[in-house]
Design a protein around this ligand. Structure first.
Ligand code: GUN
Ligand code: ZN
Length: 434
């Protein structure tokens, strides 16, 4: 049995709760040991205490000087938009027309889809992300291509076919009926196959008819353990458009509520232009928020309000939203989230940023205990963070007086170079070339 054990010595960082609300939420073991058995966490703690529990002959990997923490969780990202990252436009709607739709058209070709999915997953793991909630395109073959690549790497990924049956080019349109039928077939094929999970994916209210939203809500009800992902209240022009398309709805969020889409495992990207009634409904229904700072700044969408979301105890998570987002790195994403919070008068602790990028994401997805921290039995998705990844980081992190300061410097200055290695279910999926 000892043949399946592996042990890793490093500083260990993980969370049992949100540091903004719980004083002892952070576990830090300066000289720590992470013991993995059969792709799952066996024990995590102080090296001096755990070394006695290590079965004879267990390989011990020495990462002293580095920090081992759970893999990052990016709760909103578009894999088909990888090739159009950093495309300039004066705002969301022109950006969709000019770049997004033509780029997504190419995913009718399964070979193209497989090629981009493979690059995308390599890039995620290079940046330390081990789980993501991923948009595919309207083409079912784009979903097969994605899950095939994810399954090859044994990653815990959530993805789904985009539903859109109006207000988009013909070449990207499904129908209410075909969209629901193809989604259901993909749920049966992929949901809970190995580590793969399915998300029902209406793109956003403007590109779906009421009939399509109705069927999406019905699917969400028929398959309550699937995920649901969409966009809401990202941009003021979009909000005005929704108001004209759904004049009887109380708000943009209310459109989704009306169709039964507010529920646990529903992930709403952006959530900038919400009101407090929307936030209260999110808290009540345990619908979650993906905060997408690099995208919101890049597209000029607006500033996320942390204080109001927290007042309603809405489950929060962080996301890149590539290709609207400008980086695959969750460290870069923390950097911009911090500045957005500052602009709104909120001070985001480094501890909380690392929580949001790990356990916060897992909780928002109702996957606590499976991913996001090192409780015994959790899947062994972890990263090896290098606090000295660049000359500047090495110099700066030598001069920090607390764990908070150390993590803060890594969040502000770190990026893909900070990730020395990434492990999924106990196996290496990325090793930095030094
Ligand atoms: N709203 C509808 N589609 C999209 C998309 O692809 N990206 C972003 N950022 N917002 C959207
Ligand atoms: Zn998006």
């Amino acid at each position: 049995q000892s043949g399946t054990f592996q042990a890793y010595r490093a500083s260990l960082l993980h969370f049992s709760d949100d540091p903004a609300f719980a004083p002892n939420a952070c576990s830090w073991h300066e000289d720590g040991l992470l013991i993995i058995n059969d792709g799952k966490v066996h024990l995590a703690g102080d090296f001096s205490q755990l070394i006695a529990f290590l079965p004879q002959g267990t390989p011990l990997h020495d990462y002293r000087g580095k920090i081992i923490m759970p893999g990052f969780i990016d709760t909103h990202v578009h894999y088909p938009q990888t090739d159009m990252i950093a495309s300039p436009a004066p705002g969301l709607l022109p950006w969709l027309e000019k770049y997004t739709f033509p780029t997504e058209r190419k995913f009718s070709d399964p070979e193209h889809a497989a090629n981009v999915a493979s690059f995308f997953l390599d890039e995620l793991t290079r940046c330390g992300t081990t789980t993501a909630m991923v948009y595919c395109t309207v083409h079912p073959q784009s979903v097969d291509a994605f899950f095939n690549e994810s399954e090859k790497r044994n990653l815990r990924m959530v993805a789904g076919k985009v539903l859109m049956d109006r207000n988009c080019p013909d070449f990207l349109q499904d129908t209410a009926e075909s969209g629901a039928r193809e989604s259901e077939a993909l749920i049966k094929k992929w949901h809970k196959r190995g580590r793969q999970l399915y998300a029902i994916t209406p793109r956003f209210a403007p590109t779906s008819t009421e009939e399509q939203l109705e069927l999406a809500g019905a699917l969400a009800k028929a398959y309550p353990d699937t995920f649901l992902q969409t966009h809401v209240a990202e941009n003021t022009d979009e909000v005005a458009w929704v108001k004209s398309l759904f004049p009887s709805a109380r708000s943009y969020m209310d459109v989704y509520d009306h169709f039964g889409m507010m529920r646990p495992r529903s992930m709403y990207a952006h959530c900038i232009w919400l009101d407090n009634a929307d936030r209260a409904r999110m808290g009540e229904t345990q619908s979650a928020i993906s905060i997408c700072p690099t995208s919101n700044l890049f597209l000029g969408s607006g500033l996320f309000d942390f204080e109001r979301a927290d007042a309603n105890r809405v489950p929060l998570s962080l996301a890149t939203d590539v290709g609207g987002g400008t980086s695959f790195s969750m460290l870069q994403t923390m950097n911009e989230a911090y500045k957005v919070a500052r602009m709104g008068g909120t001070y985001l602790q480094a501890m909380r940023m690392f929580y949001l990028a790990t356990l916060g994401g897992a909780r928002a997805m109702q996957l606590e205990g499976t991913i996001g921290n090192f409780v015994p039995g959790a899947e062994a998705d972890f990263i090896v963070l290098d606090p000295k990844a660049t000359p500047l980081l090495a110099r700066r992190t030598e001069r920090t007086d607390s764990i908070e300061e150390l993590l803060f410097a890594i969040a502000m200055l770190g990026d893909d170079r900070s990730i020395a290695a990434t492990y999924a279910a106990g196996k290496v999926v990325h090793q930095r070339q030094d």
